[in-house]
Design a protein around this ligand. Structure first.
Ligand code: PMV
Length: 357
């Protein structure tokens, strides 16, 4: 690979968002989680990011002065650019050579910008994958192939905790736990436990109740956990839920799966609501959807359940084999609770990939 001054090189990655079944909420140190989490990597909600880089004639002397431009949907996005510069500054010990380069990111999401869907997991993981590929192209670091993703996960974590899980497809864990021999607080790993076949490609209907940007930023939310009276109990509960989920996977136990997933979602919101006035993020239509999903499950006996991110939108999880029935239910009974009838039809995906020229 040429590394001449003035010649541009590039790498482009597509990286997905993920939805946590066992939530990461509360952190310490350098974005280290206070409990293990488990997520599903999505297929259709993705960010595509191109990184172009070229060597500077004269390196910048400080990581605050890094030469970075960030374009989103064809327009320069200075607010996100500042975040990226802070993030890259944080990578200084890992990637000191970034000061020798001019970096241009061009990024776009597949999911509509106006849906309030958090894009930090897909955007930060896409940036991290581009950076790891850049150092590979330049021969600055040569990890064996499997370590490329581990390193990308490690770097993505420093941008947004949940982003570290997006570098792998399928079911992914992050955070040390005795039940997960390969687990680490520093990077995510694909779940080792075998997942029942019908659960491997679960579908996720993201029901858009409100597309406004959320009031609580996740860093503020994580911060509020440090003085939360329920914090220690919550971290114990997350480990217990992980244990129950591992048993549910072994036994294809739908009931336990549903109980854990819904309890995790409501626990996250209980913590949010009791952390600050801005933490009441659920809206009447979020509750209407939850009630309708529970009534539909009761009536049909199908494996359907809801989960939530730190916002009012509801993720409805269901099996591929029930797609027709569930999508009819969405059309007939849930869309009236969605803003402008909006929903995103998604499912578990295979993880990020590099776009070859
Ligand atoms: O990655 P962050 O710092 O945006 O935190 C995300 C936390 C949740 O999305 C609420 C839960 C999770 O585990 O993804």
């Amino acid at each position: 690979m040429t590394d001449k001054i003035n010649s541009w090189n590039e790498t482009t990655w597509v990286s997905p968002s993920n939805i946590a079944l066992i939530k990461y909420w509360g952190k310490h140190g350098e974005q280290l989680p206070n409990n293990p989490s488990l997520s599903l990597t999505l297929k259709n909600s993705v960010t595509k990011t191109q990184l172009r880089y070229r060597k500077l004639e004269k390196p910048v002397s400080d990581s605050e002065d890094l030469k970075v431009a960030y374009w989103f949907d064809g327009k320069r996005n200075e607010a996100f650019e500042r975040k990226v510069i802070i993030y890259l500054g944080r990578l200084h010990t890992e990637m000191p050579y970034l000061q020798n380069y001019e970096l241009e990111f061009r990024s776009a999401n597949t999911f509509p910008h106006s849906t309030g869907i958090a894009s930090s997991a897909s955007s930060m993981s896409a940036i991290a994958l581009c950076l790891v590929d850049m150092e590979q192209q330049l021969g600055l670091r040569k990890p064996p192939t499997q370590d490329v993703f581990r390193r990308a996960s490690f770097l993505a974590r420093l941008g947004s905790g949940s982003a570290c899980r997006s570098v792998y497809g399928g079911w992914v864990t992050w955070g040390e736990d005795g039940l997960l021999p390969e687990s680490s607080d520093r990077y995510a790993s694909p779940l080792e436990q075998t997942v029942p076949e019908q659960w491997q490609n679960l579908r996720d209907a993201i029901l858009i109740v409100n597309s406004d940007r959320k009031k609580v930023s996740s860093s503020a939310g994580h911060g509020l956990m440090s003085n939360h009276p329920f914090a220690e109990g919550r971290y114990r509960q997350a480990r217990k839920h992980l244990n129950c989920m591992m048993l549910a996977l072994q036994n294809s136990d739908e009931k336990t799966f549903i109980e854990v997933v819904e309890n995790e979602a409501l626990t996250l919101h209980s913590l949010l609501m009791t952390s600050s006035e801005d933490g009441l993020l659920l809206q009447p239509d979020s509750i209407n959807i939850i009630n309708a999903v529970r009534a539909f499950r009761e009536k049909t006996g199908l494996m359907v359940c809801f989960t939530l991110d730190a916002g009012p939108n509801v993720h409805l999880l269901y099996l591929e084999e029930d797609k027709e029935t569930v999508q009819q239910f969405i059309q007939e009974e849930l869309l009236s609770f969605c803003e402008n009838n909006q929903w995103i039809d998604d499912q578990v995906g295979e993880g990020p990939y590099k776009v070859e020229n």
